[in-house]
Design a binder for this molecule. Structure first.
Ligand code: ADP
Length: 306
């Protein structure tokens, strides 16, 4: 096999109370990529469609993660990467992560799977660092492993796979506004009051327990963020309106996806997810901001060959 086509999914990081550690994988939104073995040594970005992204290997996250893996190999051939991008860069649903994992997943398949998923995440972290200027894996891990993941530590990298109920869905609205990652970071507090920290880790623990035990009431009760949301939500127009409407429509909880501007909800069942999508639409259709809405079952498989 000299060529492989893959689907690299969008992901939601942070998940309310799990800032920088928790994430989950979507199945209805993602990029396609083709990875090809070529005679010429090196890593080359051969084609990009969808959005304007750099072709220079060291400036594209897919190229940087691919190089991180390639440098550990002793081979007399190279790889070519094609990116068909559907996830808008900067939307907060893991656009850069999808590219970072796509190249290394595809190369690993063509090489006969010498690396496990944690090792692939290590390579992908190098690519993700190009986009976000720091090494983190909260979008990469769910894209590679599927389902919900918790990044227990980055150094050494330890990823925990967390089960979830069968009927769990996400609804996501992506308002087409730009929030600079630097801006989203600058609004965060340097210190956290102890009482807020206690609330946050109690919610994270109980959310993980609720996911393990299929306890929708506990999941609902735990989807709260008292540390990040109060600061970052101010950057997203109509955030509070959307949140009030989706909760009234039956969402288990709602919060900022990654560093925004996308807002996600978790819901029980497809019917509720559609009602939640309508509630989001109701708020945004009266504004002059363009938006996309996605409904997705939690994707327990993650990145895959197509
Ligand atoms: P997201 O949270 O949606 O991944 P980021 O702000 O983290 O968005 O990453 C997007 C940034 O990474 C943009 O500046 C974009 O130009 C850069 N970038 C470089 N290569 C890629 C790629 N293959 N896919 C997406 N973004 C890329």
């Amino acid at each position: 096999m000299n060529e492989i086509k893959i689907f690299s999914p969008a992901t939601v990081a942070n998940v309310a109370c799990g800032f920088d550690v928790l994430g989950f994988c979507l199945d209805s939104v993602g990029d396609e990529m083709v990875i090809r073995k070529i005679d010429k040594k090196g890593i080359f970005i051969a084609h990009i469609e969808g959005f304007d992204l750099p072709y220079e290997t060291k400036k594209n996250v897919a190229g940087v993660s691919a190089l991180a893996m390639y440098e550990t190999l002793d081979v007399d051939f190279g790889f070519e990467i094609e990116i068909y991008k559907n996830i808008k860069p900067g939307s907060g649903i893991g656009s850069s992560a999808a590219s970072a994992v796509g190249s290394v997943f595809g190369m690993n398949e063509l090489l006969g799977r010498p690396f496990n998923k944690t090792q692939l995440t290590e390579f992908a972290i190098k690519g993700e660092a190009l986009a976000s200027k720091c090494e983190h894996a909260d979008n990469l891990a769910p894209a590679l492993f599927g389902g919900f993941t918790l990044v227990k530590s980055v150094s050494p990298l330890k990823i925990l796979e967390i089960p979830c109920p069968d009927d769990l869905y996400a609804t996501i609205i992506h308002p087409q506004i730009e929030i600079k990652t630097s801006e989203a970071r600058a609004v965060l507090p340097k210190d956290v009051p102890l009482n807020d920290a206690i609330t946050q880790w109690s919610n994270l623990g109980s959310l993980v327990h609720g996911l393990h035990t299929n306890d929708y009431d506990l999941i609902k009760d735990s989807l709260q963020d008292v540390i990040i949301e109060p600061h970052r939500s101010k950057l997203i127009p109509y955030y509070n309106e959307v949140k009030n409407e989706v909760l009234a429509a039956g969402a288990l909880g709602a919060c900022i996806s990654g560093s925004g501007p996308s807002i996600f909800t978790l819901n029980k069942g497809l019917e509720t997810s559609k009602k939640v999508a309508n509630a989001m639409k109701k708020v945004y259709q009266n504004t002059n901001i363009e938006f996309d809405i996605h409904i997705s079952k939690i994707n327990t498989q993650g990145i895959k060959i197509i």
